[in-house]
Design a binder for this molecule. Structure first.
Ligand SMILES: O=P(O)(O)O[C@@H]1C[C@H](O)[C@@H](CO)O1
Length: 292
C-alpha cells in the first residue's frame, strides 16, 4: 500500500548511527533544526561546523529534491550546540514514512531536547500573504487519516509509548517565545499563527482540494513536517515549527496563478535573512529545561 511500509529501523540501528556521528564530532547538540525547501541557509548560521553528507551517514536516506542540500551540520549557534538538517525527506520521494522520520530518532539519541522544524507552505488562510511566517499551533495529518503514520509497526518503548498524545504536539511556550522574538525583531506585520495540513505530494493541490482543506480548518498546506513532529514527540523532544508562506494556494477558478517549486524557492531566498534571525534568536533563549 505504501513504499516498503512497516520497515522501521530498530533502536540498535538508530543507536549505531548516533554513535557513529558522536564518534566524529565533539559537538553535543541540545537543539535540532530541520530546514525546509529553500531554507537551508539556516545551517550556515552555525559556527565551528562539522559537516556530514547524508550519503556518508549509515542508514541515512539521500536528499533528492532541489533546495534540499543533503548535509547534516553540527556546530554552535551563539554558543549553543546544535545540529541542523540541511535538507529533509518527503513521502513523495518514495521513502517509507519510517525512513523519512529516522533523523528525529537520531536527534534524540544525540541528546537533542528541542526540535525546530521549518517548511515552505501554500497559504490557505485568505488573510495570509506570500512571505508571511506562520507559527504552527496544530496540524491536520491527511496521510495519517489514510493509515500512513510513522509510528505504525512494532513500538519500542525505549523511544516512547504505543499511543502518544498529540494535543500538545507544538510546545505552547515556544510558540509564545517565537511570537515575542518576532515582535521584538519588528516582524509583527508578517508573523502569523495557524494550522498546517500535510499531504503526500508531489502534485500541488487542486482548487477543490484547497477549498476543502480551508473549510476543514487548515491555514497552510504542505508536504512535510507533521511526520517528523509525531516521531519527535513520541520520543519526548519539545517541538516548535514554522511555515514560510511561499505561495498562495489557488482557491478560485478565475485565478491565473499556478503553484510551482521555483516560486517556493524564490520566496525562501527573500525571507531567508529574517527567518534565520528569528530562529537564531529563539535558540539563544531556549534553556535546556526552561525557556528564558
Ligand atoms: O520540505 P518542505 O516542506 O519545505 O518542502 C515543500 C513541500 C515540497 O517539498 C516543496 C514544494 O515546492 O516545498
Amino acid at each position: 500500500m505504501f513504499p516498503e511500509s512497516h520497515t522501521g529501523y530498530s533502536y540498535e540501528d538508530c543507536r549505531a548511527t548516533a554513535d557513529w556521528l558522536l564518534a566524529q564530532t565533539a559537538v553535543r547538540p541540545v537543539v535540532g533544526i530541520v530546514c525546509g525547501s529553500g531554507l537551508g541557509g539556516l545551517a550556515d548560521m552555525l559556527k565551528d561546523q562539522v559537516v556530514f553528507n547524508y550519503r556518508d551517514i549509515p542508514n541515512f536516506p539521500q536528499s533528492t529534491v532541489h533546495g534540499h542540500a543533503g548535509r547534516l551540520v553540527f556546530g554552535t549557534l551563539k554558543g549553543r550546540p546544535c545540529v541542523c538538517m540541511q535538507g529533509r525527506f518527503h513521502l513523495y520521494e518514495g521513502y517509507p514514512i519510517q525512513k523519512i522520520t529516522l533523523p528525529m530518532r537520531i536527534f534524540k539519541l544525540l541528546g537533542v531536547e528541542t526540535v525546530i522544524l521549518t517548511n515552505a507552505a501554500g497559504g490557505l488562510n485568505q488573510d495570509f500573504k506570500v512571505g508571511d511566517i506562520m507559527i504552527i499551533k496544530d496540524h491536520l495529518n491527511m496521510p495519517g487519516f489514510a493509515g500512513n503514520n510513522p509510528l505504525i509497526g512494532p513500538n519500542d518503548e525505549r523511544f516512547g509509548v504505543r499511543f502518544p498524545c498529540m494535543s500538545d504536539a507544538y510546545d505552547r511556550e515556544l510558540q509564545q517565545l517565537a511570537m515575542d522574538v518576532g515582535i521584538e525583531l519588528g516582524y509583527g506585520d508578517f508573523l502569523r499563527e495557524g494550522v498546517y495540513c500535510v499531504l503526500g505530494g508531489p502534485s500541488f493541490e487542486t482548487i477543490a482540494e484547497c477549498r476543502m482543506l480551508h473549510k476543514l480548518g487548515a491555514d497552510a498546506v504542505g508536504m512535510s513536517t507533521v511526520h517528523e513532529v509525531i516521531v519527535a514527540r513520541h520520543c519526548g523532544m519539545r517541538v516548535f515549527a514554522l511555515s514560510l508562506i511561499t505561495n498562495r494556494a489557488v482557491m478560485d477558478y478565475d485565478s491565473e496563478e499556478k503553484a510551482n517549486h521555483e516560486e517556493v524557492l524564490e520566496t525562501g531566498k527573500q525571507r531567508a535573512e529574517q527567518l534565520e534571525r528569528m530562529v537564531s534568536t529563539m535558540v539563544t533563549r531556549i534553556g535546556h529545561n526552561n525557556y528564558s
